[in-house]
Design a binder for this molecule. Structure first.
Ligand code: ATP
Ligand code: MG
Length: 331
């Protein structure tokens, strides 16, 4: 049994966390949940959005599975997601985007994996006002962070028999910062001659992804472009309800659905559990339980392809619990 910190989270979080817990139990996934709170649930239970007990659990287990969290705006709290990333140095944001048969999206055969640098770029939070009528945000790109995200992308490509890594940039304009990012990507690419390496400017990348997303394989990007193309790619494959993600560091990894707390549908038993479930399967793969992950994945794909017991966001009429039960029955 592998101990994993489970943070059900806010909004729809508890509903999708429960769905995954029961599916994992039915599949006999060797995971023991250590249930902790954060976000609004953390404030309610322990008086703070990121209680020390939760951090200690993640630190001890090195693995967390997390629902979406509410960050109270204007109450002096930093974003919990950002705090987690910084605390555990989760430098790699990994998002696989794969077409699922039966989902009425515009594209078929999309199979992309995005590696987004997660610690710097314009997200370092270094900004200031310049007088009353101007402001500056500083874009920070370092060799260390660029090399390790490139290394993560190429290592993954080799391990998962991927063929190509595409670096996304705007080095024609930001010659120094994006130029350094590319220099690092090239340095790593040279060590992996079996993987094709190419570079695409971010604006062109957006157009290419919309025209023929099937031409791309692994995408490697600094933080800002990675953020934007990640959501663009989620839209190519059926939207927020079906896209998983992970934030990975050297000592710790946190798996989570990419969507937010979806307060508009919370508590209504209609949230799609698939994004959270696929994130859970990434966790299983991460700990080497690929057979169980593959078995669950095949069942989920079948339930979605049949389309009889799916949630409203992907065209069905089933509730979260009904969809979960349909998956469990097939398992
Ligand atoms: P937050 O402020 O936490 O980001 P949000 O309101 O932006 O919350 P998102 O989760 O980002 O909510 O969702 C945007 C829209 O997509 C909402 O209308 C939401 O209901 C829908 N949505 C998100 N995730 C799912 C899901 N898993 N199943 C069904 N609909 C979803
Ligand atoms: Mg949102």
């Amino acid at each position: 049994m592998r101990k994993v910190t489970l943070i059900p989270g806010d909004g729809v979080g508890p509903e999708i966390a429960k769905a995954v817990q029961s599916i994992f139990a039915a599949a006999k996934a060797p995971v023991a949940w250590d249930i902790c709170q954060a976000g609004q649930a953390g404030i309610d239970q322990a008086g703070e959005p990121l209680p020390e007990a939760t951090l200690a659990s993640i630190r001890a287990n090195g693995l967390a599975f997390k629902g979406p969290l509410t960050t109270q705006i204007g109450k002096g709290y930093r974003s919990i997601n950002v705090t987690l990333r910084q605390t555990f140095d989760l430098y790699c944001n990994l998002r696989p985007v794969k077409s699922l048969a039966g989902i009425g999206s515009r594209y078929e055969g999309v199979d992309l994996v995005i590696f987004r640098e997660n610690t710097e770029d314009l997200y370092a939070g270094v900004e200031h006002k310049v007088g009353a009528d101007a402001a500056e945000s500083i874009k920070i790109i370092t060799r260390k962070a660029s090399l390790r995200i490139a290394e993560a992308a190429f290592t993954y490509a080799v391990k998962h028999s991927r063929k190509k890594v595409t670096a996304v940039h705007k080095a024609n304009i930001m010659k120094l910062s994006d130029g350094l990012f590319l220099e690092c990507a090239r340095e790593v690419a040279a060590r992996y001659p079996q993987i094709t390496y190419e570079e695409v400017i971010v604006d062109n990348m957006c157009m290419q992804l919309v025209i023929r997303p099937q031409s791309y394989d692994v995408l490697l990007a600094p933080n800002l472009y990675g953020d934007i193309i990640s959501d663009l790619c989620a839209g190519l494959a059926g939207g927020l309800g079906v896209v998983p993600g992970a934030n990975i560091g050297t000592e710790c990894a946190i798996f989570e659905a990419v969507h937010g707390t979806a307060p508009d549908i919370a508590g209504k038993n209609i949230v799609n559990p698939v994004a959270m479930l696929l994130s859970g399967l990434m966790l299983l793969e991460h700990i080497g339980e690929t057979a169980i992950a593959g078995r669950i994945r095949a069942v989920v794909e079948r339930v979605i392809a049949e389309g009889k017991t799916v949630t409203p966001d992907i065209g069905g009429t089933a509730s979260t619990v009904e969809m979960t039960e349909a998956i469990i029955k097939l398992l």
